[in-house]
Design a protein around this ligand. Sequence first.
Ligand code: IPE
Ligand code: IPE
Ligand code: MG
Length: 246
Amino acid sequence: MTVLASNLKSAGSDLVPRHVAIIMDGNGRWARARGKPRTAGHRAGVDAVRRTVQAAAEIGIEYLTLYGFSTENWKRPEGEVSDLMGLLRLFIKRELAALDKNGVQIKIIGDRDRFAPDIRELLNNAEKRTATNSSLKLTIALSYGARSELVDAVRQIARRIASGELSVTDVSEDLIEQNLATAGMPDPDLLIRTSGEQRISNFLLWQSAYTEFVFDDVLWPDFERQHLERAIENFAGRERRFGAVL
Ligand code: IPE
Ligand code: IPE
Ligand code: MG
């Protein structure tokens, strides 16, 4: 563990965010800057995922949520989508054993019905195999969109109202939370977006109501432990008010 991380840890757990979410952006620009195809950027992005999961576990982050592929990303050229699918297959096949051995619990959020059956199987199996692990809780958002997640939640609740199981007055913030893909998880304390873009791109809309945002110009394939630590340091200096007067 680096000096910064251990200082943060020993200084009090409030300084280390319990849940960090990351919008991993900039693979295409990283590749373009090197005169390489976008796939090369995605491939380098996978290495950054591996590094970040390890760093997060060592720093003592409890929940790490990574935005890997959005519902809108299906609109990309077929070749790029299929390259990304290939990388996803490879990542799970190559990394699952090590993640499991390190006690990482994997959870996938998003519409997995849109994936090919073999990928669905890999994702289901990764979740099942790591379900009882308890070191880092790694959530990967794949084919994920927050609006679609909210639509699903509303449908599930509406069905239960229509059947008479619930009444309209049972609808509460807690009930909505329980029907999201992230049910049971704490809201992200810190959300990092790389590549200099400053937008949320349909990620965790409900859950990020009081999340602290850190935008970093670094392109995702160049993301290193120092960037994560810098974001945490930035987070540690923020005053979170949650609407109250401190
Ligand atoms: C993020 O990098 C990876 C995915 C969205 C799958 P991009 O592919 O969006 O890279 P840029 O934004 O074009 O540089
Ligand atoms: C958001 O990045 C999605 C992921 C990082 C997986 P995009 O590159 O798709 O977002 P926009 O298009 O710049 O908003
Ligand atoms: Mg992008």
